[in-house]
Design a binder for this molecule. Structure first.
Ligand code: C5P
Length: 221
């Protein structure tokens, strides 16, 4: 049976690069659940839904069709057939995604999709899944669970570099705002899952983090 590796952590802690690297090294699939919440948020903004009105978001969240490709070398995300891999990283989506992701109906819908991907991958070689509630809610039975963190300044520097050199102070403020909402919400808040290994990536290179995670996965396989 394929292995499930659950990776949670704060925004900008290096989850995506780590998970893709680990999945590529071990021949596993890769699922970016954050991209799914971002895709849902992009659709809400496109359709003029007030993202700060949970009832309005809940009423429409079953309308978009969200499809995620799980190849770690080239992950894809489509909404109603449209490639949204660029637009879901916009400042507008950054600011609106946490309120949308706090709506229980949105989570119910996307968690069902995530579990379908995980079940399919279990029948194959396995999958690395990244998010905020993977080890606690989506796949609590995962044999490997990780919780990645890094100092806020390091996280902001990485994210600003990814976003093409955007302003450090505003990037850090945006990450902190998202972490606050993600940790404080009632529905599946960001938290370190039971049995998760905590990895602080502040002073580690990407290669070092990938190596550590690959060793952890090999130890249980
Ligand atoms: O990982 P990323 O920064 O792309 O996630 C964007 C947002 O999606 C998070 O800030 C959080 O609000 C939401 N999210 C979530 N649960 C997950 C993954 C992401 O609530 N499993």
């Amino acid at each position: 049976m394929g292995i499930v590796v659950a990776v949670d952590g704060t925004s900008g802690s290096g989850k995506s690069s780590t998970c893709r690297g680990v999945a590529s090294a071990l021949g596993l699939r890769y699922l970016d659940t954050g991209a799914m919440y971002r895709a849902m948020t992009w659709w809400m903004l496109e359709h003029g839904v007030d993202v700060h009105d949970p009832a309005a978001v809940a009423a429409r969240c079953s309308e978009p069709t969200i499809e995620t490709g799980t190849d770690p070398a080239a992950p894809t995300i489509h909404v109603d057939g449209v490639d949204v891999s660029g637009p879901i990283r916009s400042p507008e989506v950054n600011d609106a995604v946490s309120p949308v992701a706090a709506v229980p109906e949105v989570r119910e819908q996307l968690v069902a999709l995530q579990r379908a991907h995980i079940d399919e991958a279990r029948a194959g070689s396995g999958i690395v899944v990244e998010g905020r509630d993977i080890g606690s809610t989506v796949a609590p039975e995962a044999p490997v669970k990780l919780y990645l963190t890094a100092d806020p300044a390091a996280r902001a520097a990485r994210r600003a570099a990814e976003e093409g050199g955007s302003d450090l102070a505003s990037t850090e403020a945006s990450l902190r705002r998202r972490d606050e909402i993600d940790s404080g919400r009632a529905a599946s808040p960001l938290t370190m899952a039971d049995g998760a290994a905590h990895l602080d990536t502040t002073h580690l290179s990407l290669e070092q983090v990938i190596d550590q995670v690959v060793s952890l996965v090999r130890a249980v396989e």
